[in-house]
Design a protein around this ligand. Structure first.
Ligand code: DGI
Ligand code: FE
Ligand code: FE
Length: 413
């Protein structure tokens, strides 16, 4: 039987005290896994301070990443369900789905004081042991007394969590207020979450935007605060491959490899947004989408990425922007830089496509002396893969394929 901790909350935003609470309960109650369980934004409620479900979900994941503990996870159960979820319902479904789990529900001391107003408190205590975190200024003995009283009142067991007092001073409400008051980096916010908030101008803080591309270290931080670790690794692989090819094909242009690297770093910068967010952002920013793109939203991040590269990261170099825009489907007659990004995306060292028509090993070798040859291999692989998986092939991909396969034919004449 696994001992599972469930930490429900709005996490608006998540902060270091949440992290400390999870560490404390895990250790004090010997839990196998703890889940953050963000609640969905209530519909039609005038809670303007609550940022979107997507934003909160991502911020919680960044907080979890910073814990470096595989036994701390996130559950999107309530977000997926949408609207108001009652704790007793969530715990009941959890129990039904995982009858072998012994549940521990983590709650703040504040919630404990209003526990009698919760729906079906007796059901909650039936399904889970309640782990109670002290609120600001509450002594250990006060907490214990409260827990005992609540156990008497509702049955079940309420157990106290001991936590270092400095953490009880941190709260999402205080952090939001500090952001609104113009404090740049409120105490208690982790670095990745802070940067995420700044890059999206959440909680009324000043939007972080660059008027020219930030230096490498800074850019890495921005990407680390938006992309998942796997996507970041892929991004760095693409940037390094693009830089290597940039050196090979610089044609004497001193900054060419650097430009290729920057395009590689930014090529998937919009990819962390969900499909619906990408569509909504394009509509908001006036970026036109084709019918194929609306039906296959995995194509959109290229266009949206080029937009963000300009607006958020201060890139004015049109060729870098078009390389980002074209990296997914390409186009006929691309420039060297555009080809480099298109190919690097496919051949970076982290990619492994064992069943490809043209093996990656071959393309990685070919690209060093025959850029167009490598390009056509990538296009053919992509088209074959999409065909095999029954996906719609974008007109852009087809045009690219037609153009370069014809060109290849001519070269052989
Ligand atoms: O963003 P990456 O995963 O690094 O790679 P990508 O930008 O080349 O491709 C993103 C997705 O787009 C991937 O799932 C494959 C898909 N894709 C590429 N070309 C086409 C395509 N999907 C459709 N429907 N049609 C295309 O022509
Ligand atoms: Fe991509
Ligand atoms: Fe990519």
């Amino acid at each position: 039987m696994s001992r599972i901790g469930i930490f429900g909350g709005s996490f608006n935003p998540p902060h270091k005290a949440h992290r400390a609470i999870v560490r404390a309960v895990k250790e004090q109650y010997d839990l196998d896994t703890v889940y953050f369980l963000p609640s969905a934004k209530p519909p039609h409620k005038s809670n303007d301070e609550m940022v979107s479900d997507d934003h909160r979900f991502r911020m919680v994941r960044f907080l979890i990443d910073s814990m470096d503990d595989d036994d701390v996870k996130i559950s999107d159960f309530e977000l997926k369900k949408g609207g108001i979820s009652y704790t007793h319902e969530t715990l009941e479904s959890w129990k039904n789905n995982y009858p072998g789990d012994e549940l521990f529900f983590i709650m703040g001391g504040d919630s404990l004081e209003t526990f009698d107003t919760w729906r079906e408190p007796e059901k909650i205590t039936k399904y889970a042991t309640l782990l109670v975190v002290p609120r600001m200024g509450m002594s250990d003995s006060e907490l214990e007394k409260l827990c005992k009283n609540r156990s008497k009142q509702f049955g079940g067991s309420f157990l106290p969590v001991k936590i270092k007092s400095k953490y009880s001073l941190i709260s999402s409400t205080v952090i939001r207020k500090k952001f609104a008051d113009g404090i740049d980096m409120p105490e208690g916010i982790s670095r990745r979450v802070w940067r995420y908030i700044r890059l999206h101008g959440l909680y009324g803080c000043e939007l972080l935007k660059y008027s020219k591309p930030p230096d490498h270290k800074e850019l890495r931080w921005c990407l680390k605060s938006t992309l998942r670790p796997k996507r970041l690794k892929h991004t760095i692989g693409v940037a390094e491959t693009a830089q290597m090819l940039g050196n090979l094909y610089s044609n004497g242009e001193a900054t060419f490899a650097w430009r290729a690297e920057l395009a590689g770093m930014l090529h998937d910068c919009a990819k962390y947004y969900s499909d619906n967010e990408q569509i909504a952002l394009c509509d908001e920013y006036g970026i036109e989408l084709t019918k194929t793109e609306r039906e296959n939203p995995s194509l959109i991040h290229a266009k949206l990425g080029a937009y963000l590269a300009r607006e958020r990261y201060g890139v004015n170099d049109e060729e870098i922007l078009s390389a980002i825009r074209l990296h997914t489907v390409g186009k006929p007659d691309m420039t060297t830089l555009e080809k480099i990004i298109y190919i690097s995306d496919y051949i970076e060292p982290g990619r492994d496509i064992p069943t490809a028509l043209h093996p990656l090993k071959v393309i990685r070798e070919k690209v060093r002396h025959d850029l167009d040859g490598a390009l056509i291999d990538v296009v053919e692989n992509t088209i074959e893969y999409l065909g095999n998986s029954g996906r719609v092939i974008d007109e852009g991909s087809l045009d690219t394929w037609k153009y370069y396969s014809q060109k290849k034919g001519q070269d052989y004449d």
